[in-house]
Design a protein around this ligand. Structure first.
Ligand SMILES: Cc1ncc(COP(=O)(O)O)c(C=O)c1O
Length: 376
């Protein structure tokens, strides 16, 4: 049997990781500013994380949601505290797409409406509704096509107001910073407008925080910069530092009912242990503050490069726009300087490192970046 060949891959076999470094099978060290696609939040193989998972595995790996699972309640309490949404309710799933799928469904259960507003440039996942609200026709199969999704131009307040006019909107889903879309920061006034229109029309504001959340921007949810609360926050990626776990954090105004949502694996003991370990490290090591400081430093320094068209982002979610002649920059960083970064179309380098990246790591990147740009 061979693998279903859907990923274009780099010919590198990573076999070990520690902190912000990974190592290939030949022992070569790499600086990881990609975090396996924004997943590694507290660094690879963090000792507290490894111990917590190991201890849990010796106790119990899995039992179903039909029994008491106290570790889920511990996680809910901790997440409520660290995210500053203590009165919200937690539903645990396994991935970002599943989180968005459940959020969109829950919104429709809540207000009995069908229409969803999403935006150009958005990426929300690959399952049925999640992909339907994603702005990429190539990954939407005919079976995912639906007239219930209204795709509006990014940041267009007038179009937003107009779409609400017929009062049929169930929910609005928006990333605080579009990731796949190239690190596009949602303006605070736009998020505030969504809040007020959702209030007026009994629609649900869904904040997709799968990539931009979990402290990456220096605030727990990047939507928090707008000073308004969403009704549902969706999260995954950094939540488990590599262990598959996702969640939705739900406003108290939305009431649960037995059977409304469900999952076999969501909220299993091991996943909760991983997620608790991540939050404990985030809290103990002040990682939101570190993301803001080291990220702010990187953004300021990157803005000084005359070859860079634009630097966008917040904290440790950074997009570097380069002109077409620097199309090889990402490859050169990887193969000549052994630094992993992400990318977005057409020519954006995306930095999504662990939240405990140090200033020394940032300087190492800046030096390599200077070298790459000067040698194109
Ligand atoms: C903003 C956003 N939402 C949702 C998803 C989907 O998450 P997953 O791949 O865990 O299903 C992603 C993945 O990149 C994402 O960036």
């Amino acid at each position: 049997m061979k693998l279903f060949d859907v990923y274009p891959i780099n010919n590198i076999n990573i076999v070990k990781g520690q902190g912000s470094h990974v190592y290939d099978d030949k022992g070569q060290e790499y600086l990881d500013l990609y975090g396996g696609h924004a997943v590694i939040s507290i660094g690879h193989t963090h000792p507290h994380y490894v111990k917590r998972l190991e201890d849990q595995l010796h106790q119990l790996g899995f039992y179903s949601n039909s029994i008491e699972i106290p570790i889920q309640k511990q996680l809910a309490e901790k997440l409520g505290h660290v995210s500053g949404k203590e009165d919200y309710q937690l539903f645990l799933v396994n991935s970002g797409a599943e989180a968005n799928e459940n959020a969109l469904k829950l919104a429709s259960f809540y207000n009995g409406k069908k229409k969803i507003i999403a935006f150009t440039g958005a990426f929300h996942g690959r399952t049925s509704l999640a992909v339907a609200v994603t702005d990429n026709p190539k990954i939407i199969a005919p079976v995912n096509e639906t007239d219930d999704v209204i795709k509006l131009p990014w940041k267009d307040e007038a179009a937003l107001e107009q779409a609400f006019a017929d009062n049929e909107i169930s929910s609005v889903i928006i990333e605080g910073i579009q990731g796949v879309g190239g690190i596009q920061v949602a303006p605070e006034s736009f998020l505030q407008k969504i809040r007020s229109l959702c209030d007026t029309h009994n629609a649900v504001f869904i904040a997709d925080s799968v990539q931009c959340g979990y402290g990456r921007t220096g605030k727990f949810y990047s939507h928090d910069f707008a000073g308004v609360d969403a009704d549902i926050y969706t999260m995954a990626k950094g939540m488990g530092n590599g262990f598959p776990i996702g969640a939705i954090s739900i406003s108290p105004k939305i009431q649960p009912a037995y059977g409304m949502l469900g999952t076999t694996f969501g909220g299993n003991h091991l996943a909760c242990a991983a997620a608790l370990a991540v939050l404990e490290v985030i809290e103990q090591d002040n990682l939101l503050q570190n993301a803001a400081e080291v990220g702010g430093y990187l953004i300021d320094e990157l803005k000084k490069f005359k070859q860079v068209t634009e630097v966008r982002g917040r904290g440790l979610m950074i997009g570097i726009d380069l002109p077409a002649e620097y199309a090889n920059a990402k490859k050169d960083l990887l193969f000549k300087h052994h630094i992993f970064t992400g990318e977005a179309k057409p020519n954006v380098i995306r930095l999504l490192p662990a939240l405990n990246l140090t200033k020394a790591h940032a300087d190492q990147f800046l030096e390599a970046f200077t070298n790459v740009l000067n040698n194109q």
